[in-house]
Design a protein around this ligand. Structure first.
Ligand code: FAD
Ligand code: SF4
Ligand code: SF4
Length: 546
């Protein structure tokens, strides 16, 4: 007895994305446009709208996100994952080029005012989700630009300013008010914010760099990683000399090293653990090495050597890996007597960053970081998200801004605590049957040569795919957990249990009449995407569409 049920499931890519992006959904709008009767332009437009609902930064995220969605993609084991980030970038760029705008929810009423501290991706995501519901949003931003670390930290060669600006402008165009160069706690008090706004979102990030804490650090020739990158991004790159040593193993260290290479310096990165423990995005490390950055692993600065005050070298202590520490990573331990000197004109300290609570004493959490699983309310009508909850990536900041907006909306409207309404099961092992899909190699992503990168330092390193490649790559998606209209069930059902839907949409191509079912289970075996499953797998209550 194998009674089938049509059960939409959450695909692996969506589970892998920190923002839970509906990847399959927007890919399907384009891949299945011939079945649903949409022309290409309309399909692109609808797909972008679907993507932008949860992520208003597709062109940005397609460039900088480490794309964990692809590591989870079911296609990976067959012939390589769908190149989701490259597709996201292409569609995001297409929308920027086409001048598409974000929109308010139809019939959105005029609602209360909410305040946002910090205009990074977390604050902007919160602002977007509130503005589209009809709230009046004011962002208080300490600096003169929006974007947080995406603007001040990530270099032009990875994320062009014009792309980030275009995606931010669409959020501002929803009527969001911006108070630039307004640090909350200095230029406006928290008490004033409480008077003005029904709720406050804190998205201050982790902007304060830590010192190295070694002798010789005070003096010329030493700078913080984010300060250095912010200066480069402002077009005010400081002189770094011929030899730069960057200390750290995270994204800031890699970006600082790559930016210093583009200023013409020979660059060494010191990291106290092994490459495996490096928190930086793997591709960034590979790119840095390809660009000639020298990685010295299991090495930490012991002191900075100066000659008459001038920095000349870093004395480097060799380390080994000991027992795991609280983070689960193996602790670096100094090997006595094993030191050496690396000549340096500049040292860039990129060891770690932390939130700066100095101006916001009233909100300071017990530890350094905001604690809590999701939708964190850190005080009466005050919510927090993004890097202030722990150093993370932009996708997590966007997700937390969105989740906080859901929670604030629920609280202000008296809807009780917002809980996820997505009760669909995940695609399980063996649900998807890769053997039914033709082999098709993933698209090759263009990239500029090392020579071009060093001679044209601002030029974007990673190139984009063209429309033909985009359409071919989109069609590689298996549509895991949802019908894509392959017709196997309809063709092979002995009892004629499946009937075509007259006006199909992705996911709804056939209806199933169980009174005709002979319970042979053939349709389940032949469903490539795992949409049909044995009835026992069906959730007890319906399967709301996400
Ligand atoms: C160099 C670097 C490279 C990175 N590379 C990547 C990458 O490739 N991919 C990726 O996904 N992530 C990357 N990240 C991480 C990513 O940038 C962060 O996770 C993300 O920006 C966090 O967003 P946020 O909004 O929480 O904080 P932030 O982006 O830090 O924004 C916080 C904002 O709050 C403002 N602010 C702070 N205090 C106040 C105050 N008192 N009043 C008013 N405004 C205030 C700040 O000026 C800032 O604009 C990188 C980070 C760095 C530093
Ligand atoms: S935001 Fe990142 S993880 Fe999510 S779908 Fe895009 S590339 Fe993948
Ligand atoms: S094949 Fe498509 S639906 Fe399945 S995990 Fe990959 S991108 Fe997602």
């Amino acid at each position: 007895m194998f009674v089938p049920t049509q059960t939409e499931k959450i695909p692996p890519c969506q589970c892998g994305c920190p923002n839970g992006n509906d990847v399959r959904g927007w890919l399907a709008v384009i891949a299945q446009r011939h079945k649903t009767g949409h022309d290409k332009e309309t399909a692109f437009h609808l797909a972008w709208e679907r993507l932008a609902q949860g992520n208003p930064f597709p062109a940005t995220m397609g460039r900088i996100c480490p794309h964990p969605c692809e590591a989870a993609c079911s296609r990976g084991d067959k012939d390589g994952p769908v190149a989701i980030h490259a597709l996201e970038r292409f569609l995001g760029d297409w929308a920027v080029h086409a001048g598409l705008r974000l929109w308010k929810d139809p019939g959105a009423p005029e609602l209360e005012s909410v305040g946002v501290i910090g205009g990074g991706p977390a604050g902007l995501s919160f602002a977007y989700q509130m503005a589209r519901r009809g709230y009046h949003v004011t962002i208080y931003e300490r600096s003169a630009r929006l974007g947080g670390m995406l603007f001040h930290g990530i270099p032009e060669f990875r994320l062009p300013e014009r792309i980030l600006e275009a995606e931010i402008a669409r959020i501002v165009d929803l009527g969001v008010e911006i108070r630039f160069e307004t640090a909350v706690g200095r230029d406006v008090s928290l008490a004033e914010l409480h008077e003005r706004h029904a709720a406050i979102f804190v998205g201050i990030g982790a902007q304060r760099g830590r010192d190295l804490g070694v002798p010789g650090e005070d003096g010329p020739g030493v700078m913080g990683g984010t300060d250095f990158l912010a200066a480069v991004n402002r077009g005010e790159a400081p002189p770094v000399g011929k030899r730069v040593v960057v200390v750290g193993g995270g994204n800031t260290a890699m970006d600082a090293a790559r930016a210093a290479r583009r200023l013409g310096a020979a660059v060494t990165v010191l990291y106290r653990r092994s490459q495996e423990e490096m928190p930086a995005i793997r591709e960034e490390v590979d790119e840095a090495v390809a660009e000639g950055v020298d990685l010295v692993l299991l090495a930490a600065p012991a002191r900075l050597v100066r000659d008459d005050g001038k920095l000349t070298a870093v004395e480097v202590q060799r380390m080994r890996l000991g027992d795991p520490d609280a983070s689960g990573r193996r602790r670096p331990v100094a090997i006595p007597g094993e030191t050496r000197r690396i000549p340096a004109d500049t040292v860039i300290a990129a060891v770690s960053q932390e939130p700066d609570w100095t101006l916001l004493d009233g909100l300071r959490p017990e530890g350094l970081w905001v604690q809590g699983e999701s939708e964190v309310e850190i005080g009466k009508n005050v919510w927090a998200g993004g890097d202030a909850r722990g150093p993370g990536i932009a996708g997590t900041a966007i997700a937390q801004g969105r989740q906080a907006a859901d929670a604030v909306h629920a609280s202000l409207r008296g809807l009780g605590r917002q809980v996820s309404t997505d009760r669909r099961p995940n695609v399980g092992p063996g649900d998807v049957k890769p053997q039914f899909y033709l082999v098709s190699a993933p698209v090759e992503l263009p990239t500029s040569s090392v020579e071009q990168r060093l001679t044209l330092p601002e030029r974007e390193t990673a190139g984009t795919i063209d429309e033909e490649q985009f359409l071919a790559e989109v069609s590689r998606c298996f549509s895991c957990g949802l019908c894509f209209g392959c017709q196997h069930c309809w063709t092979y059902c002995n009892g004629f249990g499946f009937t075509r839907v007259v006006e199909p949409e992705p996911g709804t191509y056939f209806t199933l009449a169980l009174d005709r079912c002979e319970e042979c289970g053939k349709c389940i075996d032949l469903c490539p995407s795992g949409y049909l499953s044995p009835r026992a797998d069906a959730p007890a209550v319906g399967t709301p569409r996400g």
